[in-house]
Design a protein around this ligand. Structure first.
Ligand SMILES: [Zn+2]
Length: 346
């Protein structure tokens, strides 16, 4: 979809981790991670254990604010906080509502903290969704779950009429995911990454491409153009500047295939509106005209002038209208200090 004016619908981040907003500036891990599994174990699986509900709240507030500032009005979030599971999805949903950003929440179920941890994660998804929360059933990834947990998550999602939001074959360590998920997936699943999926993987659902994160984790290029599944675009927790993510997706595609057009990466961005149709009713007025993929691929720094969500102006003249951005940044910075101190003790 191209848009020959300076407006677009609200952009959608199809895979985010709002809890990562306070990770920036965190203490260095005990040793330099030497690969993807190390990055998980030494960085993210330490950070998520240090989160409490107050940290989650300010991390989500900051992440939502930063999304709005870049014209992203809808975030599909994937959350984990093993020491603060119950109620965590409400905290994220409330924080986003306060800022004025739409959110779709999921708690990433995993067996890496034992069967009780998996049960509590599933229960948090169920509690939140049954209470009317917008979201999906989250699963961390097949390689950290038993078959029983994968089946329970798929069953719960089917029962509640929502999809499953799961990392799939991000690193080689999860290359066996397709064989374990083949009989479970459905069209409404979000299959995040797919780097190590075979072309004929046999999974149904939307593949979410996160080019910057994949490069940062050195896991390889998923070459999403090869898939017959719909492909959407996510940030995997590195902000929610989706125009920038589009540019990275384009240039990474082009590096692999010199005939690649920005229309492909733009189509990934547009798939976000199939996943989060409400964002089509939002309007962003941009500093650039036209908002056309061929223009935007070569125009860094295009910014929103105004953002409307559900008919209400939530961002204008360089600042948020519903919340005090300076206060959010200040409170988030205080929470980051607390969080980083807990990490030092771990
Ligand atoms: Zn992710």
């Amino acid at each position: 979809m191209s848009n020959l004016s300076n407006t677009t619908p609200g952009l959608v981040c199809a895979h985010h981790h709002l809890y990562s907003s306070l990770a920036r500036g965190m203490p260095a891990p005990p040793r330099t991670p030497a690969g993807f599994t190390d990055i998980l174990e030494l960085v993210w699986w330490r950070l998520d254990r240090a989160l409490d509900l107050e940290g989650i709240r300010w991390s989500a507030m900051l992440g939502a604010l930063e999304a709005l500032e870049r014209g992203c009005t809808a975030v599909i979030d994937h959350h984990e906080s093993p020491e603060a599971i119950e109620g965590s999805l409400d905290v994220i949903a409330e924080a986003c509502a306060e800022v004025g950003v739409r959110v779709d929440c999921a708690y990433g179920v995993t067996d890496r903290h034992g069967p009780e941890g998996a049960r509590r994660g599933l229960a948090e998804n169920e509690r939140y969704l049954r209470a009317g929360g917008r979201g999906r059933v989250g699963v961390h990834a097949a390689f950290t779950c038993t078959d029983e947990t994968l089946e329970s998550a798929a069953g719960l999602a089917a029962e509640l009429g929502v999809g499953v939001h799961i990392h799939v074959a991000e690193g080689e360590t999860d290359a066996g995911a397709a064989d374990r998920l083949r009989n479970l997936t459905a069209d409404d699943w979000l299959l995040v990454h797919g780097v190590h999926l075979a072309d004929d993987h046999g999974l149904t659902g939307t593949i979410v491409h996160n080019p910057r994160s994949n490069m940062n984790n050195s896991v390889g290029y998923s070459r999403p153009a090869r898939f017959t599944n719909p492909v959407a675009l996510g940030s995997d927790g590195i902000g929610a500047d989706m125009l920038d993510e589009f540019r990275v997706a384009y240039v990474r595609h082009r590096e692999d295939d010199v005939t690649a057009s920005p229309e492909a990466a733009w189509s990934y961005l547009a798939t976000g509106w199939d996943l989060f149709p409400e964002a089509l009713g939002d309007q962003v007025t941009w500093s650039h005209d036209p908002m056309d993929p061929w223009h935007l691929a070569f125009s860094p720094g295009v910014s929103p002038l105004q953002v409307e969500v559900d008919g209400r102006v939530v961002w204008a003249d360089g600042s948020a209208t519903r919340v005090d951005a300076d206060e959010i940044r200040a409170r988030a910075a205080e929470e980051a200090v607390r969080l980083h101190a807990r990490l030092e003790e771990m």
